[in-house]
Design a protein around this ligand. Structure first.
Ligand code: Z16
Length: 803
């Protein structure tokens, strides 16, 4: 079915009139957006319903991707692209005399995730649909997304993200698919017809109502589902909810996303959210499976459940609860199915991110689930003790020292555990999860993360997309490996020049935004140096800041020296309770204040810290980046994904050998990446021998002394407190993330960056080489491997070929 411009115009004008009683000239940008969204939704509706019926009729095995976070970004353009009607619709809109861009911008960016993990889940949703894999997402419909960030006097201030204020055109409320989720009370086992069944007392029941959103495959007529659950008061249960406080408890449940990235907060409400998702999701899966009229003992042949980090790990005991308490399976039957169905991805080795719920909390909130966890643990210990002895076995216990270790439960209850980059998986096997690797060597595997080039190249960087199309044709859009054909162009001056022009136009576009939003003038001919990711000590935005101070001091000492101009661009939110991260934000904003207003500095150095970084801003910044900062302390960043997005858009990477940077290095070669710093092995050696002394490095490096002194001597304005805290963290408290250790090498590699940029041809040769090598980081490859090796699910389009 091909859509004609004329036909679209007529349809669209009718939809606007039908929805608002207005002509397109009278409608506001938001109304125009909403009407276009409704139009797109109905356009996809046919495929959506057909996909669902097909899956059911063929009884295909389906994947359910459970995640507490999804970060889809704006959906209008992406849906139009995937439906294959982006150009026609844009042309039609512009024919009417409307501004397509302002319609696109009227959409809210749903921030139902924190960062990498949530965005990965959404890239995966796009790839799963685009590869024709039967699968859906399962998450929470938070009433408020991740806070919006404002800067006041350089400090981060959080504003609630009321993203549903004007409704959400993409979602469909499915009240008839609602399920009950039970919390609290007491539970005891009673005999009934010769079986032990649980009897509950004083529980509170909450209604889980799903809202479905179409996940549209890339030009393949296939539409999957993202199901987000919302908590409501069960209408028939008004007696229990007569008090205001009882009502408030329900309303709170799915009210807001916890704003912690790679950090465990241990709040009771978060535990309730996790169980709410798991219980609602598993109930709806079992309900669907039962419609197929197959024996419950065979559920693993039709269902695969993926647990995105430990946040939804309660899927495991909930699955067992339903199979034994409600479906009368034996423990052994339920447990065997559980292991076959479940798989788990680990996303971090940071100890502070590990979920460990106090026993008392679980007992109080989900007493039956706690009993089941105890039983899983008891059987695990009983079985492994004779095989592995006490030491190893107790290291793998689920319950220990008053807490339930969710990672241990996730590993024991699944058939697959994967890390998200080669190095990360190696560290899991050899360090963090070593006892488990000894016990279950075949359960461990790697699935390096990926990104969808559809959003991050085709949509975000239309000009680069067009250039690539001109050079190598359009097959790469379905077959990302074909990007390697670009390697044939690295010695073509004309291509390199065209690439330079594209980059310059993208930089100008971002410069306009910076001028308009922040009233800072930046020179598009300067190097645009970009670090965009959550603010975390281990990611070392501070190292970047120290480099900027060092450059500033050099300019001040020698104002007439010729230096390569550079604009340092930051985007980062700090968790509201993460004081140190907020102090670093204040520091960088203060540095910006200082250098941007110093007449000695001029265009040589500018610092731009964009407010409220998220998917939408990433789409503007990434195409404009020359340098990609991936400078976490080696071993700490599980994978990183902005590294992949920036590379695909032709930025050169300044990196430590951490996460997926290692694989980027392997693809592009040492000459095409700027490496520096400790290796993960060296970091582990320092931990073992305990010989790191940051003070010694500080005292023996005159440049470091000068740079660090600016934190405490008043050079940088208005950071009395922050400057002192940060200085002390580096010098006094032995610099947990080896910032000082890596400083000198970082400075010197940055000098190489400046030098290379003097030779534009050499620079863009490397830039093109990076783009040409970015194909392997397509999430399509990643998902193909998950589907083949973990989920054992076939594509509905067997002819598909990615390489
Ligand atoms: C998160 O975004 C990540 C890990 C984690 O434990 C929790 C959250 Cl919310 C990130 C990793 O830090 C990052 O390295 C990785 O690329 C990303 O998850 C996706 O795997």
């Amino acid at each position: 079915m091909t859509l004609q411009v004329e036909e679209f115009r007529k349809d669209y004008e009718r939809v606007v009139k039908g929805m608002y009683g207005l002509s397109v000239e009278e409608a506001s940008p938001f109304q125009l957006y909403n009407a276009l969204g409704a139009y797109v939704k109905s356009f996809a509706g046919e495929h959506w319903s057909r996909t669902k019926t097909e899956y059911e009729k063929k009884q295909v095995k389906q994947l359910y991707y459970f995640s507490m976070e999804f970060l889809p970004g704006r959906m209008l353009k992406s849906n139009l692209l995937n439906l294959g009607i982006l150009d026609v619709v844009r042309e039609g809109i512009e024919d009417i005399g409307l501004d397509f861009h302002s319609i696109v911008q009227a959409e809210e960016d749903p921030a139902l995730g924190n960062g990498g993990l949530g965005r990965l889940a959404s890239c995966f949703m796009d790839s799963i649909a685009s590869l024709g894999i039967p699968g859906s997402g399962s998450g929470i419909r938070y009433r408020y997304g991740l806070f919006q960030q404002r800067f006041i006097d350089g400090h981060q201030v959080e504003v609630p993200d009321n993203w549903l204020r004007n409704g959400n055109v993409w979602e469909v409320r499915k009240e008839n698919k609602a399920v009950n989720v039970r919390f609290g009370g007491q539970v005891y086992m009673a005999e009934q017809k010769g079986r032990l069944i649980p009897v509950y007392e004083n529980t509170r029941t909450i209604l889980a109502v799903p809202y479905d959103t179409a996940m549209i495959g890339y030009q393949n007529e296939l539409v999957n589902n993202l199901r987000l659950w919302s908590a409501e008061i069960p209408p028939e249960d008004y007696v229990h909810y007569s008090s205001i406080s009882a009502q408030q408890e329900v309303n709170q449940l799915t009210e807001v996303l916890y704003p912690d990235d790679s950090n465990y907060e241990g709040r009771i409400l978060r535990l309730r959210q996790e169980y709410f998702l798991c219980s609602a999701g598993i109930q709806s899966i079992v309900r669907y499976y039962k419609k197929l009229q197959l024996p419950l003992t065979m559920i693993a042949e039709k269902v695969a459940i993926h647990i995105n980090d430990t946040h939804p790990a309660l899927c495991i005991p909930e699955f067992i609860r339903i199979l034994i308490d409600e479906e009368q399976l034996t423990w052994e039957q339920a447990w065997e199915s559980c292991k076959k169905v479940m798989s788990y991805t680990n996303h971090t080795i940071m100890q502070e991110a590990m979920e460990k719920w106090p026993i008392e909390m679980l007992k109080a909130e989900v007493p039956r689930i706690y009993q089941i966890i105890e039983e899983i643990n008891r059987r695990h210990i009983e079985k492994k003790l004779p095989l592995y002895g006490e030491e190893l076995t107790y290291q793998t216990a689920i319950i220990r020292e008053g807490v339930v270790n969710m990672a241990h439960m996730a590993i024991i209850g699944s058939h697959s555990v994967n890390g998200v980059a080669q190095l990360h998986t190696t560290i899991l096997k050899n360090e963090v999860l070593k006892p488990f690797y000894e016990m279950y060597p075949t359960r461990f595997n790697n699935k390096t993360n990926g990104i969808t080039q559809r959003r991050w190249l085709q949509l975000a960087n239309e000009e680069l997309t067009q250039l690539i199309d001109e050079k190598i044709g359009t097959a790469w859009k379905k077959k990302p490996s074909e990007l390697t054909i670009l390697k044939g162009f690295v010695n073509e001056d004309e291509t390199l020049k065209q690439l330079e022009d594209v980059k310059l136009r993208n930089k100008k576009r971002f410069a306009r935004y910076v001028k308009e939003k922040m009233d800072i003038t930046i020179d598009p001919n300067a190097i645009f140096d970009v670090q965009i990711k959550r603010l975390h000590a281990y990611k070392r935005q501070l190292l970047n800041a120290l480099h900027i101070i060092s450059r500033y001091l050099e300019i001040k000492e020698n104002p007439n020296a010729a230096i390569q101009p550079r604009v340092f661009i930051f985007g980062a939110k700090a968790a509201p309770s993460y004081l140190y991260a907020k102090q670093i934000i204040k520091l960088i904003n203060a540095i910006a204040e200082l250098v941007n207003n110093d007449p000695d500095v001029g265009d040589k150095l500018k610092v731009v810290f964009v407010e409220n970084y998220g998917v939408t801003l990433a789409e503007l910044i990434i195409p404009a980046a020359d340098v990609s900062e991936q400078i976490s302390l080696a071993s700490k960043e599980a994978s990183g994904t902005s590294n992949m997005k920036l590379m695909a858009n032709g930025a050169l990477t300044v990196a430590t050998l951490d996460g997926a940077n290692v694989e980027i290095r392997n693809y592009v070669g040492e000459e095409n990446i700027f490496l520096f710093g400790l290796t993960s092995q060296e970091v582990y050696e320092y931990y073992e021998n305990g010989t790191y002394s940051s003070r010694q490095i500080f005292e023996s490096n005159p440049r470091l002394i000068k740079v660090l002194n600016t934190l405490i001597d008043g050079t940088i304005p208005d950071i009395q407190e922050e400057g002192r805290v940060i200085f002390d963290s580096l010098v006094q408290y032995n610099d947990e993330y080896f910032v000082l250790k890596d400083f000198e090498e970082y400075i010197s590699v940055q000098r190489e960056v400046d030098e290379l940029y003097q030779d534009k041809q050499a620079w863009y040769r490397k830039s093109l080489w990076n783009i040409a090598n970015s194909g392997p980081f397509s999430a399509d490859f990643t998902i193909m491997r998950y589907a083949d090796e973990i989920w054992k699910i076939d594509s509905q389009m067997p002819e598909i070929e990615l390489s």
